[in-house]
Design a protein around this ligand. Structure first.
Ligand code: HEC
Ligand code: HEC
Length: 263
């Protein structure tokens, strides 16, 4: 039996155990690195707030509409007890189309967070039923998808990616590459355009509502009032963020089936 088959078998046994216990249970959550299970009563209260306030942008089931999919959102996945969702709801990201809900109470925010975690939970359990099939998509179709959507950025760097990740981790790696905790510490590159039109590229040191500072390519330190310059922070994962909203379940299965062949 090769490694992939053994892994699938392991998952199948694992899934059977979980199902035999009659619950989608904490075991699965630990396995997938998720936090405490959501509280169904709070989630139901949360849904009543979510529907009128959020669903027209994020979809009735939080799968995304005009606003992003929240079920696959790294921020939601990494949230614990509304520590990330809470500030986001209260402050919004008005410059990016996410309004602030400044008057929501802590318990309302917490209920909405529980609702979103419940959506993730349901998506995970839906995956659980299919877990035995995790790598039986169509590898050829996956390769075609890869050539059409991924190759521009990954010409050859993923040639042995299947030796680096087990299938489940590989799925997470291509769905949201930067979601691993601790990867945020990487330095942020930015381009600053001065009022004269001159552009400087370097490593961002600090940015807030008032000031921005960077060290340029020659190692020289600069700082400006925030409103005097234009700041552009290229996001290397923008491609992935856009793709996340586009994959169908079939695309994901096909892609994974292709990626596991890259050894
Ligand atoms: C008018 C449309 C709109 C409404 C209403 C709205 N959002 Fe958003 N939301 C957005 C947009 C657009 C973004 C993406 C912002 C960005 O690109 O950083 C976003 C981002 C988010 C994110 C972060 C996703 C991520 O992975 O970064 C969360 C969580 C979220 N919204 C939750 C909510 C909740 C909860 C509500 C209701 C209380 C809500 N939103 C209402 C448009 C909306
Ligand atoms: C616009 C450019 C771009 C596109 C398009 C793109 N990626 Fe990526 N991908 C990246 C960047 C940047 C990273 C992060 C590399 C890092 O953090 O080391 C990454 C990381 C990954 C990783 C994790 C690799 C690792 O070793 O951790 C996988 C797997 C991956 N991408 C698969 C895909 C697949 C599959 C597609 C197409 C469906 C795709 N990518 C499309 C830019 C892109």
């Amino acid at each position: 039996m090769d490694r992939v088959n053994r892994f699938v078998l392991l998952l199948a046994v694992f899934a059977m155990n979980v199902l035999a216990q009659g619950r989608g249970g904490q075991g699965t959550r630990d396995f997938l690195g998720l936090g405490a299970p959501p509280d169904p009563v709070a989630a139901e209260r949360g849904e009543k707030l979510y529907t009128p306030n959020c669903s027209f942008c994020h979809g009735l089931k939080a799968n995304g509409a005009e606003g992003p999919d929240l079920v696959r959102s790294p921020l939601v996945l990494h949230d614990e007890k509304a520590d990330l969702i809470g500030p986001l709801i209260l402050q919004g990201r008005p410059d990016k189309g996410m309004p602030a809900f400044a008057s929501m109470t802590a318990s309302q925010v917490s209920d909405i967070a529980q609702f979103l975690h419940m959506r993730v939970e349901l998506a995970v359990n839906r995956g659980l039923y299919k877990v035995q099939n995790i790598v039986v998509g169509d590898a050829k179709a996956g390769e075609a998808y890869f050539n059409a959507h991924c190759k521009t950025c990954h010409a050859s760097d993923l040639a042995h990616v299947a030796t680096k990740f087990a299938p489940v981790d590989l799925q997470a790696a291509f769905l949201w590459p930067a979601s691993g905790r601790g990867r945020g510490a990487r330095s942020t590159k930015a381009t600053i355009t001065l009022s004269t039109g001159e552009k400087l590229t370097g490593t961002l040191k600090r940015i807030d509502d008032f000031d921005v500072s960077m060290v340029d390519a020659d190692g020289e330190y600069h700082s400006w009032p925030r409103d005097r310059v234009k700041v552009e922070i290229p996001d290397p994962l923008v491609g992935h963020r856009e793709l996340l909203a586009k994959y169908t379940d079939e695309d994901m299965h096909n892609l994974l089936s292709y990626l596991v062949t890259l050894k």
